[in-house]
Write a protein that binds this ligand. Structure first.
Ligand code: IPE
Ligand code: IPE
Ligand code: MG
Length: 238
């Protein structure tokens, strides 16, 4: 099977703070420009033929940042979700949020429900935003729901727990695993992102900070991806 264009790209958008600091600006300015760039890359990815795009916007660990930065990010998110609703309509884009939504402020939870419901049947790009997301937290929540569904009889208590069952209880149920993971700003780690789903994903790291990761940078990542030989444990690409 040809893998010239990845079906699903996941992005750890990193470096907003460093980008702003390099300009003598506050970190929050970096987050503002980083949020704008998400719009650009959504459009560019869709145009390149990508079907699923997942971005890591706020991790379960990011609550540990100074409270002023956390509230600035949450305010930005409130605004962003409004813009995103318009873009969803314009670009026929389906929007989904992964992560523990119950840990977010109620008004944000409502905006998320609204945009998810509103865009449910849009069949262009599927855009997943990871908010209050942690890969370990996602697996723990999945296991607890499996146990509770078994107790309630919603899941056959004799049936074996398979990879498919676990996948279907993750926040990403029904979404194919990422083919390509991009991390900007020089760090080369997963930081608790999509631990289960990235089992066979190609990784691409760049020193470019997220607000500068433009359409050409995306193209460079796609070009490199097209040269990778994906073997899935076999002897040749399948
Ligand atoms: C990524 O940029 C955005 C979030 C994690 C919310 P950072 O805020 O991590 O920027 P750096 O890594 O400190 O430069
Ligand atoms: C990962 O970036 C989380 C997001 C991009 C939302 P961080 O900047 O929080 O990750 P670490 O702390 O460098 O691993
Ligand atoms: Mg960072």
């Amino acid at each position: 099977m040809s893998h010239s264009v990845p079906q699903h790209i996941a992005i750890i958008l990193d470096g907003n703070g460093r980008w702003a600091a390099a300009k003598g600006m506050p970190r929050t300015y970096g987050h503002t420009m980083g949020a704008k760039n998400v719009e650009t890359i959504c459009r560019a990815a869709g145009e390149a033929g990508v079907k699923y795009l997942t971005v890591y916007a706020f991790s379960t660990e990011n609550w540990g940042r100074p409270s002023a930065e956390v509230s600035a990010i949450m305010d930005l998110l409130r605004n962003y979700l409004k813009t995103c609703r318009k873009i969803a309509k314009k670009n026929n884009m389906r929007v989904k949020v992964i992560g523990d939504k119950s840990g977010l402020d109620e008004d944000i939870q409502h905006s998320i429900e609204d945009i998810e419901g509103f865009s449910r049947d849009f069949d262009g790009l599927t855009f997943q935003i990871a908010l209050n997301y942690g890969g370990r937290d996602e697996i723990v929540r999945a296991v607890n729901r499996i146990i509770s569904d078994r107790e309630k009889g919603l899941l056959d208590s004799k049936a074996e727990i398979t990879e498919e069952v676990i996948s279907s209880y993750l926040d990403t149920a029904g979404i194919p695993d990422p083919d390509l993971l991009i991390r900007t700003s020089g760090e080369e780690r997963l930081s608790n992102f999509l631990l289960w789903q990235n089992a066979y994903t190609e990784f691409y790291f760049t020193s470019v900070h997220w607000p500068d990761f433009n359409e050409n940078e995306l193209k460079a990542a796609l070009d490199e991806y097209s040269l990778r030989n994906r073997r899935y444990g076999k002897t040749e690409a399948s």
